[in-house]
Design a protein around this ligand. Structure first.
Ligand SMILES: Nc1ncnc2c1ncn2[C@@H]1O[C@H](COP(=O)(O)OP(=O)(O)OP(=O)(O)O)[C@@H](O)[C@H]1O
Length: 243
């Protein structure tokens, strides 16, 4: 049992999370809370543990020590099947590579998770069209991934992650392969789509400049929460590491 229950308004809450990969420590005791509807950036240099933290918060990996809670329910005690179900039903994911199904059009790719979740054909395709338009790639609906430029493929991956309206979207360096202008466009659109639909977004990036799209930033260094970085642009709030 937990000594302290997570705060009610934290959709995700972690306490003392420790995680190693085959004996290599990646997280050495991380505690943080993510508020409902918040856009939280997790920054830090390569190898600092950002991906591992997202993997533990999103129930992809079990923690070695510590606790992870989602909506006041323990995640750290779930079985593998329980974690898979949580990920499928409540979480969305965007990675550095879009991993679209090459044989399907953009619209079919976005409709796919809705169809797999049991939505009717018409509802799934209508929602897919709306999400492609929201992400400014409505013109690409009938094109296949190979016919699209990389930044458009990544927007389609964002549309696919958001269309099922997950409670939390985890984005792990989602713009890493893009050039600066496209990075800004994709992140601006991802953060604003999350905000306008009241989705919580946890964004890992090794580029502290890209954290300006977040409401709050926490920085990792060598598997621990680090001292808050300096204030960021655009009026975004500075860090309260871990809270
Ligand atoms: N599958 C793995 N097997 C072994 N070690 C791993 C594995 N994944 C991560 N690590 C190690 O764990 C530590 C944290 O890695 P992690 O990928 O979480 O950091 P990161 O901040 O996301 O890095 P990057 O920005 O390069 O993705 C690093 O030392 C890394 O080498």
């Amino acid at each position: 049992m937990s000594a302290a229950a997570p705060p009610d308004n934290d959709v995700l809450w972690a306490r003392g999370v420790v995680k190693s990969h085959h004996g290599t420590p990646a997280l050495r005791g991380v505690s943080l809370g993510v508020r409902e509807g918040e856009v939280l950036a997790v920054t830090g240099p390569r190898g600092s543990g950002k991906s591992t933290l997202l993997a533990c918060l999103s129930a992809l990996l079990p923690v070695d020590e510590g606790e992870v809670w989602f909506n006041s329910s323990p995640v750290h005690t779930l079985s593998r099947a329980g974690r898979e179900r949580l990920r499928r039903e409540r979480f969305g994911f965007v990675g550095s590579e879009p991993h679209l199904v090459p044989e399907l059009t953009a619209r079919e790719n976005v409709a796919l998770p809705l169809l797999l979740a049991g939505a009717g054909h018409k509802a799934a395709y209508t929602a897919a069209t709306e999400w492609l338009e929201r992400l400014d790639v409505g013109d690409c609906a009938r094109l296949r991934p190979a016919e699209l430029q990389q930044s458009h493929r990544q927007r389609i991956a964002v549309a696919r992650a958001l269309a099922p309206m997950p409670t939390v979207v985890f984005a792990d360096d989602p713009t890493a392969p893009l050039h600066r202008e496209a990075q800004d466009q994709v992140l601006r659109i991802l953060a604003s789509a999350a905000r306008s639909h009241r989705l919580t977004l946890v964004l890992a990036t090794h580029d502290p400049d890209l954290a300006r799209f977040a409401d709050r930033t926490v920085a990792l260094a060598d598997g621990r929460l680090a001292t808050p970085p300096p204030p960021v642009l655009n009026g975004a709030k500075t860090v309260t590491a871990g809270r």
